[in-house]
Design a binder for this molecule. Structure first.
Ligand code: GLU
Length: 396
């Protein structure tokens, strides 16, 4: 009998991408949908980056296979950038260039896990983490953060979830979906926990440049150098340089793990598109001004969105430290009728908002945290204002 393998049959479309797809489909049909769905900057990629890609298109050397681990220039640029931005000295040989940081997440799990190994995942979490753990044969163990404290986890919460099978702590800071940025002291405590229990730490740092001043980004292995031999650092150009569509991420690992991930990639996909890699070199070696301008715009929208949502009865919206997401509690709204239908869950609320208000949001269930919604504020100011007004009208 032909059938789909159980591990793949058990996964569903990424909920963030599903919301994005539905919003696009509605927009194509002429519905004036406003999407707070997938988190991607609405800005175009900076012109000097596009120019580098155009030059690469014209260069026959970029028309062919290149090293599966990534172009030498890009691996060097990533190593330099990691020292510059995180204070973490790494060798270019430790860098693997991946097809977006999503592939780096999947490679990390495939490389580190044996069947039945457990991964501690602070919750709420990005939708893709548990799926990649399961696909690698591991068991995701969600560890609920403290809702009164930005949904942060601490060593105490993590310790309660430890078992003899725990192998990895997956730490995403700044966090998608809450926008929480762990402080230096909090990270040191988490690092000490990982060291004490001999765990791998997979640090997803994709939102590093989107911490709003006066807050600052900190990289765990830079703060706790003893952890460097136990850490995989994941990152990419997507969010910092408005390059989500170019698909360039990376993974930095200790030498033996780096070689293992490189072997894996050589069979899974080979090199990332050379044109995209050349664009990433230009982004990483180029000026930081476009990034800072983008962050300032996100900061402005952050305040507007938080203020707008807080003025709607039933929505409790903390201000995020970083990234372009708010993650309000909507428990005060559940039980009401929205757009003529009763809504008991965030999932139903998101459906109702899409139908009644043509506003796309991602329900908290997708992130392992019901009674919440995630709204990405990477959309034009005018759309943001209009979207909030539509939500207000639908809920009152
Ligand atoms: N990371 C973004 C988000 O959470 C992009 C969509 C995705 O790949 O999940 O919205």
């Amino acid at each position: 009998m032909t059938r789909i393998a159980r591990a793949v049959a058990a996964i569903h479309e990424s909920p963030t991408l599903a919301v994005d797809r539905r919003a696009r489909e509605l927009a194509q049909r002429g519905v004036p949908v406003i999407s707070f769905g997938a988190g991607e900057p609405d800005f175009p990629t900076p012109p000097h980056v596009v120019a580098a890609a155009l030059a690469a298109c014209q260069d026959p050397r970029d028309h062919h296979y290149s090293a599966a681990v990534g172009l030498r220039e890009l691996r060097q640029a990533i190593a330099r950038k990691t020292e510059r931005d995180s204070g973490l000295a790494v060798d270019a040989e430790q860098v693997l260039v991946t097809n977006g940081s999503k592939q780096a997440v999947a490679h990390a799990m495939t490389t580190l896990l044996d069947p039945g190994d457990e991964v501690l995942i602070p919750s709420p979490y990005w939708v893709t983490y548990p799926e990649t753990v399961r696909l690698a044969g591991g068991i995701p163990v969600a560890v609920a953060g403290d809702p009164a404290h930005g949904h942060r986890v601490d060593p105490e919460r993590l310790t309660r979830a430890l078992t003899p099978r725990t192998r990895v702590l997956l730490l995403n800071s700044p966090v998608n979906p809450t926008g929480t940025a762990y402080t230096e002291d909090e990270l040191r405590a988490l690092g000490a926990f990982a060291l004490a229990h001999d765990l791998w730490v997979v640090c997803d740092e994709i939102y590093e440049h989107l911490v709003y001043p006066p807050g600052r980004f900190h990289s765990l292995p830079a703060l706790v150098p003893e952890l460097q031999a136990h850490s995989l650092v994941l990152n990419g150009v997507a969010k910092s340089y408005a390059m989500t569509g170019w698909r360039v991420g990376w993974l930095i690992a200790p030498p033996a793990a780096a070689r293992a991930t490189a072997n894996l990639q050589s069979h899974v996909c080979g090199n990332v598109a050379n044109v995209s890699q050349r664009a990433a070199v230009a982004a990483l070696n180029g000026p930081m001004e476009p990034l800072l301008a983008m962050r300032a715009a996100f900061d402005r929208r952050r305040h507007r969105l938080v203020e707008g949502l807080r003025s709607i009865p039933g929505i409790d919206c903390p201000e995020p430290d970083a990234a372009f997401y708010v993650f309000p509690s909507v428990s005060g709204v559940l039980g009401r009728t929205v757009g003529g239908r009763p809504v008991k869950t965030a999932l139903e609320l998101a459906e109702a908002l899409l139908e009644a208000a043509q506003v796309a949001v991602v329900p908290g269930e997708a992130f392992g945290c019901p009674e919440h919604l995630r709204l990405a504020f990477a959309l034009a100011d005018q759309d943001l204002e209009e979207g909030v007004e539509r939500i207000r009208t639908a809920l009152t």
